[in-house]
Design a protein around this ligand. Structure first.
Ligand SMILES: *[C@@H]1O[C@H](CO)[C@@H](O)[C@H](O)[C@H]1NC(C)=O
Ligand SMILES: *[C@@H]1O[C@H](CO)[C@@H](O)[C@H](O)[C@H]1NC(C)=O
Ligand SMILES: *[C@@H]1O[C@H](CO)[C@@H](O)[C@H](O)[C@H]1NC(C)=O
Ligand SMILES: *[C@@H]1O[C@H](CO)[C@@H](O)[C@H](O)[C@H]1NC(C)=O
Ligand SMILES: *[C@@H]1O[C@H](CO)[C@@H](O)[C@H](O)[C@H]1NC(C)=O
Ligand SMILES: *[C@@H]1O[C@H](CO)[C@@H](O)[C@H](O)[C@H]1NC(C)=O
Ligand SMILES: *[C@@H]1O[C@H](CO)[C@@H](O)[C@H](O)[C@H]1NC(C)=O
Length: 335
């Protein structure tokens, strides 16, 4: 619980994210920051270059060639380096040592691979104060490592939507996972290094992403955003927690154990009392117990999401829900 509150408190969201321009990644300015660039690994890199977008002409920052090595341009020498943070041969991420306000702006990593040809990833670096502190109403969801995890969201508004996007949100950056143009039914190819499956068709009002064989790094916050032609947006935030499995059983064991203990207590009390009182007393205990859990469950479902995720549609709107095999609905923090 504390961890969750803490995370939400430090979570910064960039206001302008659901706007026109396509940025594969939005990075919060920090003294030490990394611009991630991991290209599809099945391709062979021939050459790559980092640029900053300037008014007149894009400015070259650094260059990498598998044969000739690395060149960092003069103004950036001693300020940037290829960090290879994932230790993968296809990681061309660029890190800054001592970034300042002057480094706010737009960047891209541009490369050529054989046989696929050009590949480009667009990144924007934004001032830290344009990331806003937000405590979003978050849908909690838990799944197991190694499973195919699917997150689904469905629009509840009757607006005419143009676009739906999915993003992964981290405290220091936001990655675009998919973007579907709803008037064309065509989707944007994500530069996110992890495989994401999704569907995209004209005018669809329900969207999903599937992450095959989930790993620990897939835990975190995801956001889907429906964008209307009028500029209005409808956004859902989902927190995905991945566990080693057996989470549901802990909870059930706890409830069963608690109930057994309470029954034993009631039994001891009733043995010590007059037989004519026995029945009434036990009924009271059970009544209290049931009421306690009812309120607890109600509280839990209020926290979970703006719309109850485990109730059938009331006909006026549609459900938002998150699904995957063995859906575990109760927040983990109740355990
Ligand atoms: C940035 O990195 C340097 C060297 O690793 C370190 O001394 C410094 O504290 C870091 N700054 C921040 C804000 O983390
Ligand atoms: C990154 O590190 C790994 C392992 O240390 C190495 O195999 C790989 O070639 C490196 N990638 C680049 C681009 O230097
Ligand atoms: C990358 O490899 C180096 C040694 O080559 C190792 O020290 C470092 O911990 C590795 N980093 C990651 C993130 O695996
Ligand atoms: C970082 O940059 C500031 C000015 O931009 C400079 O005064 C400071 O010495 C730099 N620090 C390092 C470690 O390069
Ligand atoms: C997970 O997805 C892969 C395709 O990405 C599929 O082949 C596999 O059967 C799926 N596994 C489960 C348990 O659904
Ligand atoms: C969707 O595609 C149409 C037709 O190409 C285009 O006019 C429109 O701007 C696109 N919408 C978005 C949000 O990219
Ligand atoms: C997209 O996925 C949603 C959720 O699974 C489904 O209801 C919808 O029919 C799918 N659309 C298409 C065109 O496959």
């Amino acid at each position: 619980m504390d961890y969750l509150t803490f995370f939400l408190a430090i979570l910064y969201m960039y206001k302008a994210l659901c706007e026109e321009v396509f940025w594969d990644t939005t990075v919060k300015l920090a003294e030490n920051m990394t611009l991630e660039c991991v290209y599809p690994s099945m391709n062979t890199l021939t050459q790559m270059e980092w640029f900053k977008i300037n008014m007149m002409k894009d400015e070259s920052i650094a260059l990498f060639n598998p044969t000739y090595g690395v060149i960092v341009r003069k103004p950036y020498a001693d300020r940037v380096y290829f960090s290879n943070s994932t230790n993968a041969s296809n990681d061309m991420s660029l890190s800054f040592h001592n970034a300042s306000e002057a480094d706010i702006g737009f960047y891209y990593c541009s490369l050529h691979t054989f046989p696929h040809g050009p590949w480009k990833k667009m990144i924007q670096v934004v001032p830290s104060d344009t990331f806003e502190v937000a405590v979003p109403s978050t849908i909690q969801t838990v799944s197991e490592l190694g499973k195919n995890v699917t997150l689904t969201c469905q629009s509840q508004m009757q607006w005419q939507f143009q676009e739906v996007t999915w993003e992964k949100i981290q405290p220091h950056q936001i990655d675009l996972l998919t973007s579907c143009n709803l008037s064309q039914g065509s989707s944007y190819t994500s530069k996110y290094p992890r495989q994401i499956l999704s569907n995209c068709s004209q005018g669809m009002r329900r969207t999903f992403i599937t992450m095959p064989l989930a790993t620990a790094s897939d835990s975190g916050l995801y956001r889907c955003c429906f964008k209307a032609s009028t500029g209005e947006t409808e956004t859902f935030t989902i927190r995905l927690t991945l566990t080693e499995g057996k989470t549901n059983n802990h909870y059930i064991l706890f409830v069963a154990g608690g109930a057994a203990l309470l029954l034993l207590l009631a039994l001891l009390i009733t043995i010590a009392t007059v037989i004519s009182y026995k029945r009434r007393r036990r009924r009271q205990k059970r009544g209290l117990f049931k009421e306690y859990w009812d309120t607890q469950n109600k509280a839990a479902s209020n926290h979970r999401s703006p719309v109850p995720t485990n109730q059938p549609s009331d006909g006026t709107g549609e459900d938002i829900y998150v699904n995957y095999p063995n859906f575990f609905r109760r927040p983990k923090t109740r355990v």
